[in-house]
Design a protein around this ligand. Structure first.
Ligand SMILES: Cc1ncc(COP(=O)(O)O)c(C=O)c1O
Length: 417
C-alpha cells in the first residue's frame, strides 16, 4: 500500500530548495529506473516486448535519455515530441508516432526518423501517402466504441475522437497493403489512470482476438500489438499500485490461449505508459508565501496551477507533505492554493494538515507525469524549473525556470513611446 515516502530527508530538500529556489519539480532517477525495470520484467516472457514511454507525460530529454538507457522507446504525438525523442538519441522503430488531426510536416518528420506511424483515421492513409509516402511498417489505432466502457478520466470510447472503428480497421489494413505496407501493427488506448489490473488483461484479450480475426479474414499477420498506456498510480494513501507481475502473467496466459493456437506467435507486445513510469517519482516543491483567513483558511504557495494543473482541472488528489512537520498531528483544515486568478487554482481543498506557517516548505507528491508537462502561461505565470535527483544523490537542473524574457520571446512589440 502506498505510504508516500520521500527520496530525500527534510534537511536535504531544504538545502536543495535554498540552492535552487522554489518552486520546482524534482524527479528521482533511481526510482524511475527501478520502476521501468519492473514493467519490463513483468513482460520478459515476450521477447519483443517494448515500452514506448509516452513523452507527453514528462517531455524532458534528460528523462527520455534515462529511460532509453533502460531500453524504452518513445511514444510521440507531435513534432516537438518527435524532436525530443530524437535529441534523447532515439530513432527508427524505437519511436511510435501516434497523433491525431496530424499536420503533414509531422508525418514527414516521423517518416524521416523511421518511426512507426500509428494512424488515427482511415482518411489519413491517403493523406500520408500524398504527403510522406506509406512506410513499410504501419499501425492503426483501434477505437472499440460501445464494445468497451473506458473509465472516468478517458471517458467512453464511443465519445472519444480517437481511432478507427472495427469495420474501418479491416478496410484500412487491406488498403495499406495495396499501397505497399508489409509490416503491420495495431494499437489502442481505452483506459487512463486505472488501478484495476483486470482492465489491462481485458484490453489484451480484445486486441489478441482482433489480431486473430484479422488473420482469418484478411490473411494478415500483425507484428506488434500496442496496448497503450493508462496504468494508474496510487495518488491517495491506502491505494494499491497495479500489480505488474500479475498483469504480465495474465496477459501471457491470454497470449497462449489466443495467439499461439492461431499461429501468431511470436508477436511483439508493446505498451506506452507514461504516468506509471514517472508519476510517483516526481514532486513539486514549493514554499508557503501567505496565509489567509476569511470564510476558510488558505495557504498560498509560490507554485500555481501553471506548475501542476491536475487538481484544478480534474479535482485530482495529490498528497501533500509539510517538510519538517511530518510528525506533527494534522489538526488544521486548509485550502492550499496557487496565485492564479482562478478559484480552481487549488492544490488541495479542505485538506487536514499540521499547522502551517509562512516559509514552510511543501512537497506535493506524484507529480512526475502530466505535471510540468501540462503547464501553461495564463496570468503571465512562468513555469518552474525541473531538477533531477541522480542515482549518486547529486542534483542536476534539467530545465531552468521560464523567465520574463521567455514570456516576451514570441512578441515583437517594443511598447508605445
Ligand atoms: C495515445 C496515448 N498513449 C499513452 C498515453 C499515456 O497515458 P498514461 O500516462 O496514463 O500511461 C496517453 C495519455 O494521454 C495517450 O493519449
Amino acid at each position: 500500500m502506498s505510504n508516500k515516502s520521500l527520496p530525500f530527508s527534510s534537511q536535504e530538500i531544504e538545502r536543495i530548495a535554498q540552492e535552487y529556489g522554489t518552486p520546482f519539480h524534482i524527479y528521482d532517477e533511481k526510482a524511475i529506473r527501478e520502476n521501468v525495470r519492473r514493467l519490463q520484467a513483468a513482460f520478459a516472457w515476450n521477447p519483443g516486448f517494448k515500452e514506448y514511454f509516452a513523452v507527453k507525460a514528462t517531455p524532458n530529454p534528460y528523462i527520455l535519455k534515462i529511460l532509453a538507457e533502460e531500453g524504452t522507446g518513445a511514444d510521440c504525438s507531435s513534432l516537438p515530441e518527435l524532436i525530443l525523442a530524437e535529441k534523447a538519441g532515439l530513432k527508427g522503430e524505437n519511436i511510435v508516432f501516434s497523433s491525431n488531426d496530424t499536420p503533414a510536416a509531422e508525418f514527414c518528420k516521423a517518416r524521416d526518423l523511421g518511426a512507426i506511424i500509428n494512424l488515427d483515421d482511415i482518411t489519413h492513409i491517403d493523406f500520408l501517402d500524398r504527403e510522406a509516402g506509406i512506410p513499410e511498417m504501419i499501425s492503426f489505432r483501434y477505437n472499440p466504441g460501445p464494445l468497451r466502457e473506458g473509465n472516468t478520466i478517458i471517458g467512453k470510447p464511443e465519445d472519444a475522437k480517437y481511432g478507427l472503428t472495427r469495420e474501418q480497421l479491416f478496410e484500412a489494413y487491406a488498403k495499406v497493403r495495396s499501397l505497399g505496407a508489409k509490416r503491420l501493427g495495431i494499437h489502442t488506448m481505452v483506459i487512463s489512470n486505472e488501478l484495476d489490473p483486470e482492465f489491462f488483461v481485458e484490453t489484451a484479450r480484445m486486441m489478441f482476438e482482433l489480431a486473430v480475426e484479422l488473420k482469418e479474414k484478411l490473411g494478415i499477420r500483425i507484428e506488434i500489438i500496442n496496448l497503450g498506456g493508462g496504468i494508474g498510480i496510487p495518488y491517495r494513501l491506502g491505494q494499491d499500485p497495479v500489480n505488474l507481475e500479475y498483469v504480465g502473467k495474465r496477459i501471457k496466459q491470454v497470449y497462449e490461449q489466443l495467439l499461439v493456437p492461431a499461429g501468431l506467435d511470436p508477436l511483439k507486445v508493446a505498451m506506452e505508459c507514461g504516468r506509471m513510469i514517472t508519476g510517483p517519482y516526481g514532486y513539486v516543491v514549493a514554499r508557503v508565501l501567505h496565509k489567509k483567513e476569511i470564510y476558510k483558511n488558505y495557504i498560498g504557495l509560490d507554485a500555481s496551477m501553471a506548475d501542476l494543473m491536475r487538481p484544478g482541472i480534474y479535482g485530482a488528489y495529490h498528497h501533500i507533505t509539510v517538510v519538517g512537520k511530518e510528525q506533527l498531528i494534522p489538526d488544521h483544515q486548509y485550502d492550499v492554493t496557487g496565485g492564479l486568478c482562478e478559484n480552481n487554482d487549488k492544490f488541495a481543498v479542505d485538506r487536514i494538515l499540521p499547522k502551517m506557517d509562512i516559509g514552510d516548505l511543501v512537497v506535493i507528491h506524484d507529480t512526475g507525469a502530466h505535471g510540468h508537462a501540462m503547464g501553461f502561461n495564463y496570468n503571465g505565470k512562468l513555469r518552474s524549473k525541473e531538477l533531477l535527483l541522480k542515482t549518486d544523490g547529486r542534483v542536476e537542473m534539467i530545465r531552468r525556470a521560464e523567465t520574463i524574457e521567455d514570456y516576451f520571446a514570441t512578441l515583437d512589440f517594443d511598447g508605445l513611446n
